[in-house]
Design a protein around this ligand. Structure first.
Ligand SMILES: Nc1ncnc2c1ncn2[C@@H]1O[C@H](COP(=O)(O)OP(=O)(O)OP(=O)(O)O)[C@@H](O)[C@H]1O
Ligand SMILES: [Mg+2]
Length: 326
């Protein structure tokens, strides 16, 4: 078996807070990424996702633990590690004193591209990300979404082997989200670029990820493929129902049914019902809605969404265990 591209062992980061107390942002995590995989690192705000990325990309020193890229410890060879990676950081780290075009070309040159190759790729990426007419403008005049598009273009300029995307689609409109994914998937397919993604938009890992880690308070609570993670929720198939308004009597009636294991009220109109059985479940549930003075707007049976898996895992942390791949 080939060596994993990225190996993280017992990684830990403790920050000192302003009041002198300590905060464990990353709490002894281990995982690895194979070449060519798309890995999603999901977790609530403050879970420690960016801190993890910042350590792997050599921008922050770990308190303890080891990180290897292509088998080499990044502490002993940080320059080699940096050459292999591209990063879309969460914050705006563009060079404000350079134009859009210069930001890309300088980056490409730093990563060993010839001037001609860097200029050609910069022009292509500026066109793809809708920035051609701004190529000579300084980035300090850019809107949030424009700066985000330029950060993405810069991260993929040199076609990195390992690409870190820290909430890359935040602030991007849907059309540019597609363009981002088009580029990332092309790199992934054409040259086996490995992708490490953090996002709060669950449809992205659902569409693109090979493995997903659910991360909370510095610990990996669950890790695996989406079908593996689905085994952690009370039922693999869930009845999703939308009514005009969820009422207490409706919830009470549903709760009394022996074929229903758990009900999750997602908002004032939407319910996720975890059945005990896969047998004729819609036929059993439908009459309950019909007997109630509520208007059923939509009902469907489907596999648990990543959103529901995420909510379940983060709300039942002690029951979880790492499934695979750690
Ligand atoms: N330089 C720092 N000094 C002190 N505490 C820090 C520092 N950087 C991060 N933290 C703390 O570490 C924790 C994890 O932060 P981190 O930015 O990694 O979270 P995150 O999972 O990326 O969250 P988000 O989804 O909001 O981006 C937070 O509680 C944060 O306050
Ligand atoms: Mg973050």
């Amino acid at each position: 078996m080939t060596k994993p591209l990225l190996e993280v062992h017992n990684l830990r980061k403790v920050f000192k807070k302003a009041d002198g107390s300590q905060h464990v942002a990353v709490d002894d995590i281990s995982f690895h990424l194979e070449t060519g995989e798309i890995f999603s690192f999901l977790g609530p705000n403050g879970a420690g996702k960016s801190t993890t990325i910042n350590m792997i990309t050599t921008q922050l020193t770990p308190t303890s633990g080891t990180i290897k890229i292509a088998g080499r410890d990044i502490r002993t060879d940080p320059i080699n590690a940096r050459r292999k990676i591209g990063i879309v950081a969460q914050y705006n780290n563009l060079d404000r004193g350079l134009t859009a075009f210069e930001n890309l070309v300088y980056h490409g040159r730093y990563f060993g591209m010839t001037t001609q190759a860097a200029e050609q790729r910069a022009n292509e990426l500026l066109a793809d990300f809708g920035l051609s007419e701004w190529r000579q403008d300084y980035v300090k005049s850019f809107s949030g979404g424009m700066a985000q598009r330029l950060k993405i273009a810069r991260a993929i300029m040199h076609r990195p082997q390992l690409l870190f995307l820290d909430e890359p689609t935040t602030g991007l409109d849907p059309a540019y989200r597609e363009i981002l994914w088009d580029h990332v998937l092309r790199l992934n397919r054409q040259q086996q670029t490995t992708v490490f993604l953090t996002t709060h938009y669950m449809e992205e890992p659902e569409r693109f990820s090979d493995h997903v880690a659910i991360y909370q308070q510095g610990k990996i609570r669950a890790l695996g493929t989406i079908p593996e993670l689905r085994q952690l929720v009370p039922a693999a198939s869930i009845v999703y129902a939308t009514v005009d308004a969820v009422t207490a009597p409706l919830l009470q009636e549903l709760n009394q049914q022996p074929f229903i294991k758990e009900i999750l009220q997602k908002d004032e109109k939407n319910l996720a019902i975890f059945p005990n059985t896969d047998d004729q479940i819609l036929q059993q549930v439908l009459p309950i809605f019909e007997q109630q003075p509520v208007k059923l707007e939509n009902i469907r049976l489907s596999f648990a969404s990543l959103d529901d898996i995420f909510v379940h895992v983060t709300e039942h942390p002690t029951e979880m265990e790492v499934k695979a791949h750690a």
